[in-house]
Design a protein around this ligand. Sequence first.
Ligand SMILES: NC(=O)c1ccc[n+]([C@@H]2O[C@H](COP(=O)([O-])OP(=O)(O)OC[C@H]3O[C@@H](n4cnc5c(N)ncnc54)[C@H](O)[C@@H]3O)[C@@H](O)[C@H]2O)c1
Length: 385
Amino acid sequence: MADKKELRIGLIGCGFMGRTHTNGYKRVNDFFPEVEYRPVLKTVCARTEEKVRAFADQWQYESIETDWREVVARDDIDAVDICTPNSTHEEIAVAAAEAGKMVLCEKPLARDVEEGQRMVDAIEKAGVPNTVWYNYRRVPAVSLIKDIIDSGKLGRIFHYRANFLQDFTINPDVPQGGEALWRLDKEVAGSGVTGDLLAHCIDTAMWLNGGIRDVSAVAETFVKERMHQETGKEEKVEIDDACIFHCHFDNGSLGLFEATRYARGHKALYTLEINGENASLRWDLHDMNRLEFFDYEDDPEVRGWSSIHVTEGEQPYMDKWWVPGLSIGYEHTFVHQVADFLSSLAEGEPCSPTFREAQETQKVCEAILDSASSGSWKETGVDWS
Ligand SMILES: NC(=O)c1ccc[n+]([C@@H]2O[C@H](COP(=O)([O-])OP(=O)(O)OC[C@H]3O[C@@H](n4cnc5c(N)ncnc54)[C@H](O)[C@@H]3O)[C@@H](O)[C@H]2O)c1
């Protein structure tokens, strides 16, 4: 370890994502010994001192801060990792880039395209390494889909279908705003399921199947008013509780996407399916190490959907973990992204998705919301070339 270069991390936000990223930093050198960098947990920041101190003790950060500006100003920090609610991403990322820090930012990049563009401009002006945590790309089975599509096995692609279904806001007594429930507050989140769930589906979809050209969407807010945790008053709910859109991809295929927080019984059912002229692929987050594959080239006597357990050393990332047949989980996707980020630093290459790529997803999200409110098709303006 002594021969590795240090990458001194300043983590901002110590909630759900703060934990997944920290786990990634702690595990990466154990399982990816070839990476040339060693993350150092230099400081963690959140607004409440007691809370951030407990987090720092548990996860072994060297120091704490309660104002992110202090993290950005410190000269012993190389990379700022943004794990805070969406409304804070722009201000922190722009300041960090201007201070010459590398920036790793949680998704969605921003609340809207305008904010996202200012972030891309600041990052590119500073010329600092950057990435956005669209981690589902780094599920081995999803990475394998990418390899299979790129090999040409599917032939021409006709359909791309994705769902992201949850049920945690059905109860009208669930408040909006504040800790944990900032996702229901439009001012903080920017949008509802579109920026939260569809953004993941869109990033994966464009990575696998190319740019989305235009969209037609419907969205609904099923519970119109909720108590706001910060004001204690009933306030209008302005986020989209559910959103469905269809689209054209640049390659001529059709897309169909649905996200909701009102699908009773579903907690995080992210599924996707791709149908090509020669073969189809299907994946489900609840069985994330499995990939279903139908190949029309197979002998008709035995042709059918096969179920591939993606745990072989020849499959993406799996040579780093256990022995064939043994599964890995959600947390490993973040270890993979840390490993890829560190490798990209050593190679002087961008780590995809960059801010610029994440901004293309932002454009699709904005076109979806525009389409849903206007009732008409919208061009996305995406450039995925
Ligand atoms: N990649 C994924 O799959 C995934 C999953 C969940 C969340 N996210 C994204 O990660 C981000 C954080 O989400 P989360 O679920 O971890 O949220 P969370 O509510 O669990 O944690 C947010 C943290 O940010 C802190 N915080 C809020 N405002 C702050 C400020 N001004 N300065 C410093 N700290 C501040 C809070 O105290 C808390 O520790 C969001 O952008 C979200 O969309 C991504």
